[in-house]
Design a binder for this molecule. Structure first.
Ligand code: NAP
Length: 552
């Protein structure tokens, strides 16, 4: 009865170190770790102790006897990562080699770090820093709610993935941690302010916008981007009033990465099933009135080049009707004959078994379409469809649609006072040290570009923190010039409506209470409502506030 890792794997590697027999790979020290689509348990070496189950922050691991039918393909997927062997390996006491944690070697006062952003890269960086005693971390976030794309990006039907927020909540309780939510760096406080109060500033601000498709008609009513649409259904306050019209039968999504699959799934899932999630109320109302019967996910290249990952494709096809037309089935057959990479082959084998788009359907469905290069949007006042050419030819194809969403990747935006690489949409850096900006570091998508999974940010943040601590130990970070406690006074003066850890807990509890017994939470989607909830947080007694001001 080996254990099995399923689709919701976040790849942060926590399970690897919990395993007493080192049977989960690739481990963070192995070359394939950074690019792996998920981690895999070796069924022949697994001793069924269940240690990995408790360590996994997103509930992605189960014994193979407890899998839901839709998870059964993951038994084979885990096993296929390893060479075929018979029977069981004798148990060993081998452990995965633990990557060395950064060690602070100076004893002259605490290391103070400001982290800008509060998504996974920020929270993993805070955790890594706080493994040492005598470190203070202040996390700045412009929204009153933390956790970045885990809150506003992960699709609401992937609730297990969102469970990683319990881990992040634990980090907020660590000694030395402080939240400055609803505080915008560059507005309420500057980079220079942060350097005055800290040894270092670490930006983990992600990629806050999207790559734009430069074709005629984009911007017309009925066109938009997947990033806006995802933020809308996830209740991000900036997109709460996005006009989403689903009064037509077809939606076209351009690009076929995992975000495109998320968008297509939400548009074709029975709203009653979404009603038990934390989807924004406004999105549920619109989806309940939806007339959409088909979402076409359009890729410019061939099936073998599909950007979505194999675990996500397995998950999607287990729950949704996904079809291909006859010409695309032919492309899949051709690619399958050539494929050697096991993950690509795995995707093609699933695509080959999908139904034919010509067959009638009695529920909303998803169609994957290939080799179509976007040319322009059709329509005058509002979108009526999209024109493509068959990639590499002049042959034009059109798809009638009432909504066209581009899903061609996220993109980082420049940070005031820091260098920026326009080509990659990242801040130029060397293992996280920002080029030409002493005391400044980056982690996550703003460091390496918008790729990977939640847990990829753990090793990314750890690398940055190692460099930061090495610089601190080497004495090249000038200490803060302001006295401890002054930061809090400065920020409160500039932004009296700042939300701290207690304020976030109050918002969190209020959302969970609003969700009742049917939903994990009902999100606030308006900043003022969040602030009202934060204001109900009990204030710490005066002596405690004074003490924490002195200690921080
Ligand atoms: P992505 O995986 O980079 O996919 C981008 C897609 O856009 C590709 O199909 C790409 O095609 C296409 N594209 C780019 N430029 C185009 C153009 N000018 N015209 C037409 N198509 C174009 O991006 P993403 O879906 O935004 O995902 C970002 C990251 O988040 C990925 O690492 C993803 O795995 C991760 N993510 C993971 C999950 C999950 O694990 N559940 C969920 C969401 C996101 P080409 O390949 O031809 O360039």
């Amino acid at each position: 009865m080996p254990h099995v890792i399923t689709q919701s794997c976040c790849s942060d590697g926590s399970c690897v170190y919990a395993c007493p027999v080192n049977c989960i790979h690739p481990s963070p020290d192995e070359p394939g770790f950074a690019t792996a689509e998920m981690l895999f348990i070796d069924p022949v070496a697994c001793v069924d102790c269940g240690a990995c189950v408790s360590a996994c922050p997103v509930g992605a691991i189960s014994p193979d006897t407890r899998l839901e039918p839709k998870q059964l393909p993951f038994v084979e997927l885990n096993a296929a990562f390893y060479p075929k062997r018979e029977g069981k390996l004798p148990p060993t006491s081998k452990l995965a080699p633990v990557l060395e944690a950064p060690r602070i070697e100076r004893g002259d006062g605490p290391l103070r770090v400001a982290i800008v952003g509060s998504g996974p890269a920020a929270m993993y960086a805070a955790d890594e820093l706080l493994t040492q005693r005598g470190v203070e971390v202040n996390v700045f976030e412009k929204l009153p709610t933390p956790y970045g794309l885990v809150r506003a990006g992960v699709a609401p039907d992937h609730q297990t993935t969102k469970r990683v927020t319990s881990l992040f909540d634990k980090i907020t309780s660590e000694r030395g941690f402080g939240f400055y939510l609803n505080v915008e760096v560059g507005n309420h406080v500057s980079h220079a302010d942060l350097l005055t109060h800290h040894h270092a500033v670490l930006y983990a601000v992600g990629a806050s916008t999207d790559r734009r498709l430069d074709v005629e008609g984009m911007g017309m009513a009925g066109s938009g981007t997947a990033t806006e649409f995802v933020a809308w259904f996830n209740g991000h306050p900036d997109q709460a009033s996005l006009p989403v019209d689903l009064s037509h039968e077809r939606v076209v999504v351009v690009g076929n990465g995992n975000v495109a699959l998320d968008v297509a799934r939400i548009l074709t899932t029975d709203p009653d099933a979404l009603a038990g999630t934390d989807i924004a109320d406004h999105a549920l109302t619109v989806l309940r009135g939806s007339a959409v019967r088909e979402v076409v996910i359009v890729a410019r290249r061939r099936p073998a080049d599909s950007a979505f990952t194999l675990p996500e494709l397995i998950g999607l096809t287990a729950t949704h009707e996904v079809v291909l037309d006859a010409a695309d089935h032919e492309l899949v057959r051709e690619d399958l004959a050539e494929a050697s990479d096991p993950l690509v082959k795995g995707k093609l084998e699933i695509l080959a078994k999908l139904g034919d788009a010509a067959a009638p359907s009695d529920r909303p469905r998803i169609r994957l379409a290939y080799r179509l290069t976007p040319q322009r949007l059709l329509g005058r006042e509002r979108v009526e469809g999209m024109a493509f050419t068959v990639t590499g030819t002049d042959e034009v194809r059109t798809l009638p649609a009432g909504l066209v969403l581009t899903s061609i990747g996220y993109r980082g935006t420049p940070i005031r006072d820091l260098p920026f690489d326009e080509t990659t949409g990242t801040v130029p850096n060397d293992d996280g040290r920002v080029t030409g900006a002493p005391g400044t570091y980056v982690a996550g998508w703003i460091k390496r570009g918008p790729t990977g999974f939640i847990g990829t940010n753990k090793s990314c943040a750890a690398q940055t923190v190692r460099e930061l601590v090495a610089d601190f130990n080497a004495g090249v970070l000038p200490g803060p010039t302001a006295r401890s406690g002054e930061l809090d006074r400065l920020v409160r003066r500039r932004q009296p409506a700042l939300v701290d850890v207690a304020g976030w807990r109050a918002i969190d509890s209020a959302e969970v209470a609003r969700g009742g017994t049917e939903r994990p939470r009902a999100k606030f989607t308006v900043v003022d409502e969040m602030l009202e909830a934060a204001a109900t947080a009990p204030r710490a007694p005066l002596h405690q506030r004074l003490l924490s001001g002195l200690l921080r």
